[in-house]
Design a protein around this ligand. Structure first.
Ligand code: AMP
Ligand code: ZN
Length: 470
């Protein structure tokens, strides 16, 4: 398989450290609010990566953290405490906030058919391990105390910027988010390993430590949780591109300083989903969640389909129009499969060779740096083809769905948006407009016309429904 590696800035041939098990780590959510659909885009692509590895035959162990301890609004140890902010907003304790949004996250990923990681680790369950880790770094001379906090000194590390490939000045610009620089740091990129001095009152989550009562810095959890669950080296570490200059750079600095070994073989990063304003943000009022798009009548898997038609290394712009056209294509795809299912009894002869060719083409697309859009094209071609029989088509669709996870063979979601349905929706629209313009004669005639075709309209508070009558 070919996979882009951020570290080498090139496409590489994927070869795991140990063929018996691919070790993979994905940075998880900060549970102070709902995930937005941008976050979910990254998790969908990571899911594809994991399932592709399994599809081509590698056993995988994947670990994900849940950031349930207050971390700061900016990657650079500045800004407001996110968990505390969530708690204030909703008048709950930080623990309640964490639990609520962790549950919401798992409900979202389930709806999107994203497989849960083999190990899900809450940041607050590893406090002792962080303390051990910091002590280790301290004894090797990588840390200093200032203003009551323990900092990591980045000048002690060779190649601190190797992941981003930037120089320190560029990195500084890339990571600065309009906040004050901490005057206690020796270098602007130094980061806190353990806070005892918090500028927030009522810091709710705190623990005893050799440096005083306090709480861990943010970057530490991914290093420690992965060391604990995956060992000192791993194959793939994933996250969104925003994590390259600070979070992942700091993870590498501290982990490699601690173990004295090189840590991650392949760094995988998903590009951003952007909205009209160019950036998807949680801080500005209503933001795009899966529940919101569901409320607008879309199916979660239509969003998955929308995402899979883009490449993970390209930005993707979200609009409701493009989601609607993705939903349309997705439902047509399902209805095509349903038709094949309904016609699979009187089948023609099998053509094993032809079927294997489709399977191979599908696999090749995924092995080509996860080209999901091309993989979906192969699926369409396979369904349209006349060189294999219907049973083979269904088998292949089920096989491809091990990776795509679009519930291709499930009937329940198959609300067929065929031409008739489109025509009816159009007529309903026209009737609504006629009613709005008080043209009741036209409205009634549209209703009668549909009735003649065996379609009955029902006006409800939620809108107009239709059903077929005999
Ligand atoms: P967070 O909960 O903010 O730590 O983000 C969870 C994951 O979503 C991380 O891997 C981020 O890099 C990623 N992410 C954040 N914003 C976006 C976005 N607009 N599009 C895609 N991924 C994102
Ligand atoms: Zn992380």
């Amino acid at each position: 398989m070919k996979l882009y590696n951020t570290l080498s800035r090139s496409i590489e041939n994927f070869k795991p450290i140990d063929e018996k098990q691919v070790r993979m780590y994905t940075c998880g959510p900060t549970v102070y609010n709902y995930a937005h659909v941008g976050n979910l885009r990254t998790y969908i692509h990571e899911d594809i990566l994991e399932k592709t590895l399994r599809y081509i035959g590698y056993p995988v162990k994947r670990v994900m953290n849940i950031t349930d301890v207050g971390h700061l609004e900016s990657d650079a140890d500045e800004g407001e405490d996110k968990m505390l902010k969530g708690a204030k907003r909703e008048n709950k304790t930080v623990w309640e906030i964490a639990q609520h949004y962790t549950d919401a996250f798992f409900s979202d990923i389930e709806k999107l058919n994203i497989k849960k990681a083999d190990v899900v680790a809450k940041a607050t369950d590893y406090i002792e391990e962080y303390i051990e880790f910091i002590k280790g770094l301290e004894s090797k001379g990588y840390t200093y105390m200032a203003n009551g906090n323990v900092y990591f000194d980045i000048t002690k590390v060779k190649d601190y910027t190797k992941l981003s490939g930037m120089n320190l000045d560029e990195l500084r610009t890339a990571s600065r988010e309009d906040v004050h620089v901490d005057v206690h740091k020796k270098n602007p990129q130094d980061f806190v390993l353990w806070f005892t001095k918090s500028k927030f009152e009522n810091q709710a989550m705190k623990w005893e430590s050799p440096w005083g009562v306090g709480y861990p810095g943010w970057h530490i959890e991914c290093s420690v949780i992965s060391l604990k669950n995956l060992g000192e080296q791993m194959d793939i570490h994933c996250g969104g591109v925003d994590h390259i200059p600070v979070h992942h750079t700091n993870e590498i600095a501290q982990t490699e300083s601690y173990t004295g070994k090189s840590w991650v073989k392949y760094w995988w990063h998903g590009e951003f989903l952007i909205d009209n304003n160019g950036k998807m943000s949680k801080s500005s009022g209503e933001f795009l969640t899966l529940s919101l798009i569901e409320k607008k009548g879309f199916k979660p898997l239509s969003y998955r389909y929308f995402v899979l038609n883009s490449h993970y290394r390209k930005q993707l712009a979200f609009t409701y129009d493009s989601l609607a056209s993705a939903e349309n294509a997705y439902l047509k795809l399902k209805s095509r499969i349903k038709t094949i299912k309904d016609n699979s009894k009187d089948d023609k002869e099998k053509n094993i060779e032809a079927a294997e060719k489709y399977r191979d083409d599908f696999k090749k697309c995924l092995e080509d740096d996860l080209n999901t859009a091309n993989a979906i094209t192969v699926l369409f071609e396979m369904l349209k083809s006349d060189d294999i029989n219907n049973v083979q088509k269904l088998d292949l669709a089920a096989d491809f769905d091990r990776v795509l996870s679009l519930d291709l063979l499930k009937d329940d979601q198959c609300q067929v948006h065929d031409e008739l349905a489109e025509y009816i929706e159009e007529m309903i629209q026209k009737r609504q407009e006629a009613k709005k313009n008080k043209n009741y004669q036209l409205a009634d005639s549209i209703r009668a016309e549909l009735l003649e075709k065996g379609i009955m309209l029902e006006d409800t508070r939620q809108g107009v429904n239709w059903k077929k009558i005999n």
